[in-house]
Design a protein around this ligand. Structure first.
Ligand SMILES: [Zn+2]
Length: 421
């Protein structure tokens, strides 16, 4: 099918959707154990379900956990695929009252979004590629929500295009929108019973042309310090202060292995939360590395540090509890024998961009899905500088993303998915 002449249509449809989606507050809350963790995600899920129904999808459902599933029926003899994006936005920057700003014919210069937020090509060099074109930013008071509303807009726009242009042969397009990806629980209640496809794609990557089939292996470690409290007036030689020991612990974890000091293929430790009193203090760490062994080495180092601090502070009990969160999806995708990654790269190429294969310095819903037998690489959605007030999206890249999905549907129909669930 020739979609190269439909540029204006894609621009209008995807921009209209994106501007509507970002205005709905779907900030997730990692401290709330409900599914979904916030009510806004359900409101948004229902709105998307209505939209998919109007576009001709069958089996549209929002389940009790907030997952949206739907199917755009195709040729039952052709292989199906699942397209996935997430409903929630990160709680690391405010996500309520997002007021998107559309900058047509962006002049390539720094944009002062608010008193203290400036989007500057000096620190966001990807902006330079979009001088003269349309970009979307926030007002500087909130994040924008391109992560992952640009992915949702790309999927729904591709679905709309495919339902309007039934001429090309393709299999079923299965759709799953997940809540709470940002809390790490995006696949906990994944609707496996709704899925028949043997491969999936998450549309949750960033800049133009990016394809990702590798992510970090991830562990969480909880350091607990138990001290001993006495009235400060009678504390000499007796009080064991868990607050101080926890602070000492945090200060001894190597800072050269922190997220702010590393890039490329280097892993890290990151303390993400600390709390405590004299009697009990705790620090939560996330540990990331492309190799499982790199994570295990860091957990062993935390345990050794705990043992040495316990010896330095008689009376203190310092423990480390570690748990695996997800593993590097590369081995599962490679091991599946599925052509999903090569077909995805070809689809990106047909959409008019040279694919750039990158390794995610983070996780993705696809990591758990790939491990469970549904190989699931990630593709770009056209958003940049995620989880910040300076987050922005490039309309040309958003259009490339939607068109990649349309081409993927067509190419996938001709492929021979060999993966088995
Ligand atoms: Zn995301």
């Amino acid at each position: 099918m020739d979609i190269s002449k439909c540029g204006d249509w894609f621009e209008r449809r995807i921009l209209d959707r994106f501007l509507r989606y970002v205005k709905i507050d779907t900030t997730s809350d990692r401290h709330n154990k409900h599914h979904p963790s916030t009510p806004g995600q359900r409101v948004f899920a229902e709105a998307l379900a209505g939209e998919l129904t109007r576009l001709g999808c069958a089996g549209v459902e929002v389940d009790r956990y907030g997952y949206v599933s739907a199917r755009l029926a195709g040729d039952p003899a052709a292989p199906a695929v699942v397209l996935i994006a997430h409903l929630d936005t990160s709680s690391e920057a405010p996500g309520k009252n997002v007021k998107p700003r559309v900058h047509e014919k962006y002049d390539g210069r720094p944009i002062r979004l608010s008193r203290d937020v400036t989007l500057d090509p000096a620190t966001s060099p990807d902006l330079l590629a979009y001088a003269g074109q349309t970009i979307v930013t926030s007002s500087g008071d909130t994040l924008l929500g391109a992560d992952d509303k640009a992915g949702l807009a790309a999927i729904v726009t591709a679905v709309e295009f495919l339902s309007l242009h039934g001429e090309a042969r393709r299999g079923d397009i299965e759709i799953v929108f997940t809540p709470d990806e940002e809390t790490g629980r995006g696949t906990d209640r994944f609707p496996w019973d709704k899925i028949r496809a043997k491969a999936a794609v998450t549309v949750d990557g960033s800049g133009d042309g990016i394809v990702e089939a590798e992510c970090f292996a991830a562990y969480r470690a909880l350091v607990a310090v138990a001290g001993r409290s006495y009235h400060p007036g009678e504390a000499r030689g007796r009080l064991v202060n868990a607050v101080e020991i926890a602070a000492e612990f945090a200060s001894r974890v190597p800072k050269e292995e922190s997220p702010q000091a590393t890039d490329d293929r280097f892993g890290y430790y990151a303390p993400v939360e600390i709390a405590g009193t004299i009697e009990n203090a705790r620090i939560e760490y996330i540990i990331r590395d492309y190799e499982d062994a790199g994570c295990r080495r860091r957990i062993a180092a935390l345990r050794a540090l705990a043992a040495s601090l316990a010896r330095l502070h008689p009376g203190a009990v310092v423990t480390v509890k570690a748990a695996r969160q997800y593993s590097n999806m590369k081995k599962w995708i490679d091991g599946s024998g599925s052509p999903v990654l090569s077909v995805l790269k070809e689809a990106v190429r047909r959409a008019g961009v040279e694919p750039k294969e990158k390794s995610i310095r983070g996780g993705t819903d696809g990591a758990r899905l790939s491990e469970k037998g549904l190989p699931c690489p990630n593709v770009f959605n056209g958003g940049y500088d995620y989880h910040s007030r300076a987050e922005w999206a490039a309309l040309p890249a958003m259009v490339h993303s939607a068109r990649t999905l349309v081409y993927f549907a067509e190419l996938w129909a001709e492929s021979r998915p060999s993966a088995s669930k």
